[in-house]
Write a protein that binds this ligand. Structure first.
Ligand code: NAP
Length: 336
């Protein structure tokens, strides 16, 4: 069976996921496209999915009888209504992060899915599918003993002028927030944010770098440096310190050069290159589960937990180093 997918939002990631489904992955095809900017949907249709039908609204695409499953890759603020409409239609839906722009919005999706009685939603937290993080998780489970500390860094070479302090949480830390809950099989209880002096190339609306300290229920302390104008490259670091040893996220493959009296190897500069393979694996996983009418992988509950944690981290950014509590209600049985 070929899963027939409708894509809402044909910007950068919507186009890229359409390419994946049409040219890389197995078991699915894009049969419908929609975007507020219909010319953008038309261009993706012409380039990648000539048989797809164009819809003027995401709602019409979700309701279309030929659409078995939905990809929501539009602007973040539109995710919640589209995911709710897909759940109401009983159609599996892959939603790029964020699941919703508020914790209450993510909670509404959880409630709708619980009322439906079966998982339909997968959230695009692709790091869980990265070969490096999977190997790290296995090493933590098999070798390091129970985790005590995590030291991490998320560095970008540069960000646009419009990137301001809270975006370090919503757009950048959001991936660490999800992947560490998964890596440690744990939940957060508090967040703190500490700032060194601002880097000289930052500006008045961006504190950069910053350090977020998350504490978990099991007592693990996680420090994450976010440095989005680090200049030298896109660099994701993570070291888990356990009872018996430490485990470090593998570096992306790079040829080791000996040249000009130096040992050297390249560092990536574009985040798309760092996680390109994990996007393929996450969407193939979605296709497999959606073909059976359900969903797997990062859930609406994970999207909700990430939204609650993000809100606490943004509050902590304005709390002069004080800890902000992170509280989640009891997890519904659907997500056990
Ligand atoms: P983008 O290039 O701006 O694309 C978003 C597209 O959605 C644009 O074509 C936009 O049209 C369209 N759109 C806006 N409102 C809409 C609506 N009501 N209905 C249908 N389409 C609408 O952004 P992007 O970089 O692809 O990001 C899209 C989403 O994916 C964001 O939530 C982002 O956070 C997420 N994302 C996740 C990752 C990841 O690592 N997992 C990576 C990249 C992006 P206009 O341009 O005309 O407004």
């Amino acid at each position: 069976m070929t899963l027939k997918i409708g894509v809402i939002g044909t910007g950068m990631i919507g186009r890229d996921h359409t390419r994946r489904i049409q040219q890389v992955l197995a078991g699915a095809e894009v049969v419908a496209l929609s975007d507020v900017n219909l010319a953008s949907a038309e261009s993706v249709r012409a380039d990648l999915a000539p048989n797809a039908k164009l819809y003027e609204t995401g709602e019409a695409l979700i309701a279309a009888p030929e659409v078995d499953a939905v990809l929501v890759t539009s602007w973040g603020a539109t995710h919640e209504p589209y995911v709710l409409a897909a759940v109401a239609a009983g159609k599996p839906v892959f939603c790029e992060k964020p699941l919703a722009t508020t914790a209450e919005g993510a909670r509404r999706i959880v409630e709708a899915e619980v009322a439906h009685g079966k998982r339909l939603v997968q959230v695009g937290f692709m790091r869980r599918y990265d070969a490096g993080y999977l190997a790290l998780k296995q090493a933590v489970q098999q070798h390091t003993g129970a985790p005590i500390l995590v030291h991490a860094a998320h560095r970008n070479p540069a960000v646009p002028e419009a990137y301001v302090t809270p975006m370090a949480i919503h757009d950048t830390l959001i991936h660490e927030i999800d992947v560490f809950r998964w890596l440690l099989d744990d939940d957060y209880v508090s967040a703190r944010v500490l700032y060194p002096r601002n880097a000289a190339r930052s500006h008045g609306k961006l504190r950069d770098p910053q350090v977020v300290v998350l504490e978990t229920k099991k007592g693990v302390l996680i420090d994450v440096e976010i440095f989005v104008n680090c200049q030298y490259g896109y660099d994701i670091q993570c070291e888990v310190v356990g009872e018996a040893g430490t485990a470090r996220l593998p570096e992306p493959m790079a040829v080791a050069l000996r040249l000009d009296a130096k040992r050297q190897s390249s560092i990536l500069t574009d985040w798309k290159d760092r996680f390109v393979a994990s996007y393929d694996v996450e969407l193939q996983d979605f296709i497999a589960a959606a073909s059976k009418g359900g969903a797997t992988g990062p859930s609406a509950w994970d999207g909700y937990a990430a939204a609650v944690t993000s809100d606490a981290c943004v509050q902590a950014q304005e709390s002069a180093g004080q800890a902000v509590a992170i509280e989640l209600p009891a997890r519904p049985a659907l997500y056990e």
